[in-house]
Write a protein that binds this ligand. Sequence first.
Ligand SMILES: [Zn+2]
Length: 136
Amino acid sequence: MHEWALVDAVASAAETAAEQEKLKKVDAVVVVLGELQNVDRAAARRLFAELRKTKKKALHRARLEIRAEKAVFRCRACGKTFGLRDLNKLSHKESEAVHFLPEMAHVYTECPACASRDFEIARGRGIYVREIRGER
Ligand SMILES: [Zn+2]
C-alpha cells in the first residue's frame, strides 16, 4: 500500500497547512509528483477522496491536483544535467528498474556528456505539496 502512505502524508500536510493559514474550506491540494516516484494517479485520487474524510472538516471537499515533475540527473564530474529520456541506452526492462529504484540508474547508464557514472538525482523523486487553495 505504497500509495496509501504517500497520500495519507499529503492529506496530513494539507491539514496542517490549512490550519496554519486558517482556511475554513480547502478547495484543492496541489501536489508535485516526481517522474521517478511510481504512483498510480487514479488510485492516488481515489485514496485522497477516502482519506480526506478522516481529516479535519476543512478538507472534506478538497480535490487532489497532481502536477508531474520530470526527473533530472546531475553529473558530479562535469555538471551536465540530463533527463530520463537522455538515458536512451536503457531497454524497457532497465527503464522500469530505474523507475522503481532510481539508484539503479548508476548501474545501467552514464552521463551522456562525459560518460561518468557519478551522478545524482536532482529532481523527480518523491511527492510534495506545492499549494493549498481554499477560503478563510
Ligand atoms: Zn558528466
